[in-house]
Design a protein around this ligand. Structure first.
Ligand code: ATP
Ligand code: HSE
Length: 292
């Protein structure tokens, strides 16, 4: 029997939903569980900077939650670019948890996976949609993670994926230590109203709120100089843009049936990167077992 773990990419924040909102998109991390070996062997396409032994993030995560699992060869293929704001580290963490679940035969629930993944990643906005699929609204209160899955409204998504990396740690380092009370109240109210509009499937009301963030985009825009000109382009085409996760990917949200054409037009802007039309993944992470 062959077992393959499939985990979608994710796009977090959606503007004012900092560290809380996220969507799953149809780019996948695929991990095939191979034969048992003496030491962990990870065959992957990422080059020398990503480890191929037990210190690889996928295996490290698996061993953190179940140190008793035996070494295997695992084969990794990925459509998710690293350090671009499409949740590559969260997908790797979720894949590691499912690897430990499969090898340790634990039968963990999605909620158990969510709790472990949030503890390891530090915030639930990417790991929740990676596990559940679609749009998730999440928070942690008194060490308890709550995540609500909602259908993201009908819309087309076009990601601008720059040719440069931006590590989450670097992008968090430019954020302020504190927000003034009044500013925090406004920021929260924009996020709340966005969630209500998304829950109603009302893209027209959600669109300006997706651009209403006060928590992180004002501080991070200097790291992603394409944000302002892409917003101008988007507005001329009935679309809006938010910084995906910690960046540098920018996500355009556009009316249905317009995404592929918008991606072709936007490519002509001459930015240093690629425009990709993306679908929402409605299902989330899964383990596929096939008999040979
Ligand atoms: N499949 C993988 N296998 C091993 N390590 C990985 C894998 N995917 C990501 N990583 C590690 O995670 C790092 C990227 O994590 P980081 O949190 O900076 O960005 P991201 O998760 O892609 O973006 P964001 O969190 O903003 O959506 C990579 O540089 C690599 O070290
Ligand atoms: N909410 C996180 C996502 C990236 O891990 C951030 O914007 O820093």
């Amino acid at each position: 029997m062959t077992q393959t773990i499939l985990v979608p990419a994710t796009s977090a924040n959606l503007g004012p939903g900092f560290d809380s909102l996220g969507i799953a998109v149809a780019l996948y991390l695929k991990v095939e569980i191979g034969v048992a070996t003496d030491t962990w062997q990870v065959i992957h396409p990422f080059g020398a900077t990503v480890p191929s032994d037990a210190s690889n993030l996928i295996v490290k995560t698996a061993l953190e939650v179940d140190p008793s699992i035996k070494p295997h060869q695992i084969k990794v293929n990925s459509e998710i670019p690293l350090a671009r704001g499409l949740g590559s580290s969260s997908s790797a963490i979720v894949a590691g948890l499912i690897l430990a679940d499969a090898l340790g035969e634990h039968g963990w629930s999605s909620k158990e996976l969510l709790e472990m993944a949030t503890r390891i990643e530090g915030h639930p906005d990417n790991v929740a949609p990676a596990i559940y699929g679609d749009l998730t609204v999440s928070t942690t209160v008194a060490n308890q993670v709550t995540s609500i899955k909602l259908p993201f409204p009908d819309a087309d998504l076009v990601a601008f994926i720059p040719n440069y990396e931006l590590l989450t740690s670097e992008s968090r380092a430019v954020l302020p230590e504190a927000l003034a009370y009044r500013q925090a109240v406004v920021a929260g109210s924009i996020g709340n109203t966005l969630v209500a509009a998304l829950a109603r499937g009302d893209l027209a009301q959600a669109a300006p709120l997706l651009e209403g963030d006060c928590y992180h985009e004002p501080y991070r825009s200097k790291l992603v100089p394409e944000l302002a000109p892409l917003r101008d382009f988007a507005h001329a085409n009935d679309a809006v843009v938010y910084l995906s996760g910690a960046g540098p990917t920018l996500m355009m949200v556009a009316p249905t049936q317009t995404g592929p054409k918008l991606a072709i037009q936007a490519q002509k802007l001459g930015f240093n990167g690629e425009f990709v039309a993306l679908e929402i993944d409605r299902q989330g992470a899964r383990l596929i077992s096939e008999t040979n």
